[in-house]
Design a binder for this molecule. Sequence first.
Ligand SMILES: [Mg+2]
Length: 377
Amino acid sequence: MPNSTKIERVETILWDRWLLIRIYCEDGTVGIGEGGVHGWQRPTRTMVDTMADYLVGKNPSYIEHHYQWLYRSSHFMGSVVQGALSAIDIALWDIKGKRLGVPIYDLMGGKTRDRVRCYMHVGGTSKDELVASAMAAVADGFTAVRFTPFPPDYYLHKSYSAWADEAVERVGAVKESVGNSVDICVEIHRQMAPAESIWLGRRLEQFNPFFYEDPMLPDSPARMGEVAEQCNIPIATGERFTTIFEYEQLLDANAASYIRPDVCLCGGLSGSKKVAAMAEAKHVKVIPHNPLSPVSTAACVQLDACIPNFALQEYTGESEPPKSDLLVTPLELVDGYLIVPESPGLGIELNEETLAGSENPKILDTPIGFDGSVQDR
Ligand SMILES: [Mg+2]
């Protein structure tokens, strides 16, 4: 271990809809992290700033100790606390890797794979647009695509059977177009009640989806377990969960074939590595949630590279600005696989020339249904 150092300062950066942080050490090492509470970046930044008062002057090596201290420092927890803790945890792992000259996955058990299979987001207002989007992803080399089977405004005017029929038709059209060499992943975004999700899930079995994601609100693991039991397609869920304790309830209810830890929300690399091990003991695989910046992607890849039960990596494309501007050297993507980097820490550096990019905060908004009632986001 190199000589110890101390944390000098913590910097927060709001850019686009991301909260990025950098932790500076007295020896010149700089760790990068991201907090993943989408929509609550500003409160999460305030939480990081609050936690910085504790971190300054501390040895950055004691990652678990700092996590425990900060986690237990208040009676009350929640997503903003966990988003801040996650950003700090990722940055401290980046520091440790850089100071030791090794990738983070080397410090978490060593490499379990050389490349990470990704699924690409696709979509379209019409069925034809959806199919074209899926085919474009396949042409780019992706072997798995993910989409929502409903038209954007289905809850405004469709009858119960009409929107479900349309969902089945869309999933079938994508499956037929991409063929059996490409996996399809169906994302419901919590838009159905349990009975509806069972009914639609059974109708989608014929298309062999790789996963059926969040077919209902995730707040009740017991009810999600009933959906999982009654549909012969694998359930993927967990992106909103922030601690190992929520995942324990989910796994106990046999509610998921795939869990979706968000590395930037569920306790950073420390938290998500623990969650992955809990899932491993239940023969459940891991599909990290990744709707954020390329920093989040880089952190996900470090996790994917050191766990045995990795399945797929969510990927939203990083070839267009502002994402393509963020990193000095983007991660390498080859035929729908992210190549596990060999460089120390997260294996990335932020591009100083573009860091002055502007913030694009989420405006509070949620859909209103055909009768004026509030729908779930
Ligand atoms: Mg999702």
